[in-house]
Unconditional design. Sequence first.
Length: 200
Amino acid sequence: MLPRAGLSWRRHARRLCTAVRPRIEDEGDWFYSSEWWGSDFESHSRAVLRSTSEKGNGVVSVFAYPSSRPNEVYWPETEKWLQQRYAEIKPGYEQNGHFRILGYQWRVLRFNDNTRQSTVKIMAAYREAEPHSLYFMQQAHCLAVPYLKSMVAVGMSAISSCHYELTAAIHGKKRMHILCIGHGGGSLPLFLELVLLVRV
């Protein structure tokens, strides 16, 4: 009886362990889609742009949704990185480069209130030397819409199958140019430039 009971307990424990989802590192994982996939008229959303397109696309709107990631405990590290980048761009003005992050948001571009054209994540920050300043930075590492990840995978597979030295391009030993046409949010070019170190 005891061995059988022990085996049964181990089975139940294994089932419980496999049911718990591991910690998700990818901020663009579909797990977080509930933060931005809902109705644009829910209480937690805010319209930042809404106008009629002059190119025949109907009503174009952009809605903002709060993002739960990254957690505030990681903000000081990003603020330090912003200060370092500011010092590189404007040497001699390092004292003016102290940034404070206000938060992160999802921005959803829609056509006619129905078609989701793109979804991106942005960071909002201000400079301490200029409290009324406001800066936005799109998060290049975040691909929220699943088909974009599929496009990257298919594209890289196609390039590799043509015997292109992809590894050499990634390590900067060979120049690589990629032309991206369409997709209004601009997520794909930023991601490719960040991750693959290519010119887009």
